[in-house]
Design a protein around this ligand. Structure first.
Ligand SMILES: [Zn+2]
Length: 288
């Protein structure tokens, strides 16, 4: 998970552009009635998110019994995400926030949609609240992954606007030889500075978005693609040469993202270079 800067626009600004349906004065009037509530709800959301307490917010099928979740979805779809909607500039701003257009939830996919951290169907008060709208790739926003709201602190996925897990190494990968392959298996290690809740949330995040499998598949492809380069060094200095190269690669990828699958892979190649060298000797392949 990659942290991204919190949205600079509050829901009050969004409301001033999006709570207006000229052809439906009834809905417009009801939206005006709930506006103060939606602004208050945003403050409460931020307070909860800062303390990992979003699971304590109660779900509701409407806002104040005045506007239904279907109507708030209409506001989101017609006024906020619609390319011609008055709120589209806020939508575009949120979508453009992640560096390189990379999905902050998986750190692999390309941003293509906004994910409601608290689903808009159950939490209509946050349907157009920027702090609740996380840019994500299609895979991370699919199916059951985010259809349900977190039920406990431990099962709340990491929130890219509020959770910072980039100051310590927590992603690990173990490399082992199976058949003629060097197999990467990803896992999470708890940094000393973390409490158990953050550790469990990170484990949950990895499982929810199926990141062990995703990272493992990318790493396996990287190993297959690099193996000929690694085999091109041989003789007594091979171990030393490879170790130096792995260290350089690891430090280089860590500069981009400390806990990316790639930085983690090269850290493991460096620390398990003995295993890598034994594997290269067992299955010398077609080069040099
Ligand atoms: Zn993603």
């Amino acid at each position: 998970m990659k942290k991204i800067a919190r949205p600079s626009d509050g829901v009050g600004t969004v409301i001033s552009d999006c709570f207006d349906f000229p052809k439906d004065s009834g809905l417009t009037n009801r939206l005006k009635r709930i506006a103060p509530s939606v602004v208050r709800a945003e403050a409460s959301y931020i307070e909860c998110a800062e303390h990992g307490q979003l699971h304590t917010i109660s779900s509701s099928e409407n806002v104040d019994g005045v506007v239904t979740s279907d109507e708030m979805t209409k506001v989101y779809e017609q006024k906020f995400s619609n390319i011609k909607g008055p709120g589209r500039r806020y939508y575009d701003k949120l979508m453009a926030a992640p560096a390189l257009g990379r999905c902050p939830l998986c750190d692999i996919g390309t941003v293509s949609t906004l994910d409601h951290y608290l689903p808009k169907k159950q939490f209509p008060a946050f349907a157009v609240t920027p702090a609740n709208l996380v840019p994500s790739c299609r895979d991370c926003n699919l199916g059951q992954k985010r259809a349900e709201a977190p039920k406990s602190a431990e099962t709340a996925p990491l929130h890219p606007y509020f959770d910072d897990v980039e100051t310590a190494v927590w992603l690990k990968v173990n490399l082992y030889v199976s058949g003629d392959s060097l197999v990467p298996r990803y896992g999470v290690v708890k940094p000393d500075a973390w409490d158990n809740v953050l550790y469990r949330r990170t484990l949950h995040h990895m499982e929810l978005y199926e990141l062990y499998k995703l990272y493992g598949s990318h790493a396996a492809e990287e190993i297959s693609g690099r193996v000929r380069v690694w085999r091109s060094s041989y003789g007594e200095s091979r171990a030393k040469q490879l170790k130096e190269q792995f260290s350089l690669d690891a430090r280089s990828y860590e500069k981009v993202s400390l806990n990316s699958w790639k930085a983690t892979l090269f850290r493991a190649l460096f620390s398990q270079s003995d295993t890598v060298c034994r594997w290269l000797e067992m299955f010398p392949g077609d080069t040099p």
